[in-house]
Structure formats: C-alpha cells, structure tokens
Design a protein around this ligand. Structure first.
Ligand code: PEP
Ligand code: MN
Length: 360
C-alpha cells in the first residue's frame, strides 16, 4: 500500500483534545432507546454514536437487529444531539441504505472481514466515498486477512479509513470473550502508523468489569480511540447484555483513564518507554496464563498416573522435553543456561502439582 493518502486526515480534522470515543448500544432496539442513549451520550466525551442495525449472529435464534427502520432513529438522534452516527454494514444493500440515511461512519464487522468476497462487495459499493470506514479485525487471529481488507478499501479509493481491534476468537474461553492478542494490532500499527487504530473493549471483554483495564492498556499503546458498547439498562439489552456499560460509567471512565500526551522530546521518550513497557506487561500476562494452563494439564496427568499406578517422574520424557526446548531456545536467541533454569523450575512446579493430585 503506497503511502500517498493520509489516512489519519479524518481524525485530525475533528481536532479532538482526547482519543475519539465512539459509544452506543450493541443494537438499536426502539426509537426511544436510541434517542435516550443519544441524549445521555451527549453529556460524555462521545463524538460518535454507534448502534447495530443488522446484527450478524454466530448462532441463529438471537436478536438479529431491527433492520433499516433503525436508520431513521439514528438520523433523528443525530439531528437532536449533533452526534455523528456509525453502524455496521455487511453487504452492498446495507451500504446503500446507510448512505441514504446519512450515517457518518460505516464499520465492517469481524465476521465480514474474514470473507474477501464480501469485503470486496462492500468496497465496490463504497468506491471513491468520503465516508469514514472502520474495519474490525477478523474473528480469527490472522493479520494478513485484516490487512487484505484494508487494502481492498484503499484500492477502492476510500480515503478515510481506520481499524477496530475487537479481539480474536478462541476455542477455549478463559478471561476474555475474544482474546486481545495485542501483538497483532501492534504489528498492524507498525506497518501502517498512519491508520487510526481504535479499541473495542466490549467484544474483547464480554463482561463489564475488565473494560476499564483494556481501555487503559490501549491508551498506553497509543491507540487513537475507543468504541464502547453503552446502554442505559445494560442488563436488559437485547444483545451483548453482559458487556455493556451505562453512559454514566463511560463518563467516569473517561475521567479516570490516563492519557499520555505527546509533546516535546522528554514526553516522547516517556511515551515510547510506556508503550514498550505495556508490550512487556502484555507478554508477561500471557506467560503466566500459559504456565497456569500447563499446570492444569500436569494435574490431569497426575490423575491419570494415579489411576494407572505409574510413578510421577518419567526421566526419559523429561530429557526429551529439555533437548527440544534447548533447540527451540537457541532459535529464539535464548541461552541454554537460561532454558535449563526456567524448565527446571517449571518441572519442579509440575511435580509439586502432580504430587498434590496423587496424594489427595
Ligand atoms: C458489534 O459491534 O456489535 C459486533 C457485532 O461486533 P463484532 O463484529 O466485533 O463481533
Ligand atoms: Mn455487540
């Protein structure tokens, strides 16, 4: 992608004094709901109101959106509050209807970004547009697929682009509904520093209580903004109830979040340091999570050994692991001494876990 368009222009033109806040319900439900939330958001740092009109559901039987009717409610919300509006489009017909109703920002959902055919259909429908188009990461952790979607819109002469990081699907759900995999958006940002990057903490978290921390991490990583699902009655929302927050909570959150300002050399140094430290924190967190998972498997092995009356220590297996890890360590520029020390400690912890299981 040659760099002859400044993809950041649309954001610069807004002249915001803080990262952009896009907020609003997962789904538009009724006219009253849309208007009530719009007026509440008007009292916060929100610049753009979001609402899903067509909801792509992984499983059938869930609320699939009110459809084109909701676009009129968004239009009214804009007239009454002056907020910009945003909605998800998943085919050329959605694009046509959204443009007719003067929606300001169109976003491509995670289930759409995975499909180059549909992405191309939407890019063709938007050819040459001045509208802002935000592309969510694909549900699967695949940077190329995300970049490919950006390139398709770029090639269609869509000048005002940005991306939304909403996390990646995993088979095993742990802390997050969708794993953040911070390294992927960081790689994307390194490739295209000009492309505004927005965090959607709601779909990463799947629950309210960790939204703040996710937002703070994103700001520490220099993200350009946040898209947060917001509803006056989150528990009774028609979709994604567990992850929505109220406009008041959003307001307090934007007060409590720390924004690292970028001015002058010293501040720049601190910003860079902060960003690198946050990347380390993210990796450390992953290390601990992986170790925890490894010990859970050790527990299962302990149980199996107990049932079959097998000794805990299997020297041959342990030596094989060590040899393999020393080789892999070397490929990753990690010294043999370091690998030995780490794996001895891991092995010891594993034995302790198994002993506990066997003696219980
Ligand atoms: C949404 O924003 O409500 C949504 C469906 O998001 P995603 O495409 O990230 O799942
Ligand atoms: Mn949602």
């Amino acid at each position: 992608m040659e760099n002859n368009k400044n993809l950041r222009n649309w954001l610069n033109k807004m002249e915001l004094t803080h990262p952009i806040v896009i907020a609003g319900p997962c789904s538009a439900e009724t006219e009253e709901q849309v208007l009530k939330i719009a007026h509440q958001l008007k009292e916060t740092d929100t610049t753009v109101m979001r609402a899903g009109i067509w909801k792509p559901r992984t499983r059938p039987g869930n609320f699939e959106g009110v459809g084109a009717l909701g676009l009129k409610w968004l239009q009214k919300a804009k007239q009454e509050t002056g907020l910009m509006t945003a909605t998800e489009v998943a085919n050329a017909n959605h694009v046509d209807l959204a443009l007719k109703h003067d929606v300001d920002i169109l976003w491509v959902g995670a289930r759409t970004t995975v499909s180059p055919f549909i992405v191309q259909e939407i890019a063709d429908a938007l050819k040459g547009t001045d509208k802002i188009v935000l592309i969510k990461n694909p549900v699967n952790p695949d940077l190329a697929l995300w970049l490919g979607a950006v390139e398709r819109f770029y090639a269609s002469d869509v000048k005002n682009l940005g991306v939304i990081h909403r996390g990646f699907s995993t088979y095993e759900k742990m802390r997050y509904r969708n794993n953040p995999e911070w390294q992927i958006p960081i790689d994307l940002q390194n490739k295209f520093p000009d492309l505004p990057l927005i965090l959607d903490p709601s779909h990463i978290a799947g629950r309210r209580d960790i939204i703040f921390d996710l937002c703070q991490t994103a700001l520490d990583l220099n993200y350009d903004g946040l898209m947060v699902e917001t509803h006056f009655d989150p528990d009774n929302a028609w979709s994604d109830a567990a992850q929505q927050i109220t406009p008041e909570t959003l307001k307090q959150m934007t007060v409590d979040l720390k924004i690292r300002k970028q001015e002058g050399d010293a501040v720049e140094f601190k910003n860079k340091l902060n960003m690198l430290r946050t990347r380390i924190d993210v990796l450390d967190h992953q290390l601990i999570e992986s170790l925890g998972k490894r010990m859970k498997i050790a527990d299962d092995i302990g149980l199996l050994k107990k049932k079959n009356n097998v000794a805990i220590l299997q020297t041959k297996r342990w030596n094989e692991i060590l040899d393999k890890m020393i080789l892999e360590g070397d490929e990753n520029k990690l010294s043999e001494e370091f690998i030995l020390r780490i794996f001895k400690a891991i092995h010891q912890e594993s034995i302790n876990h198994q002993k506990k299981v066997i003696n219980d």
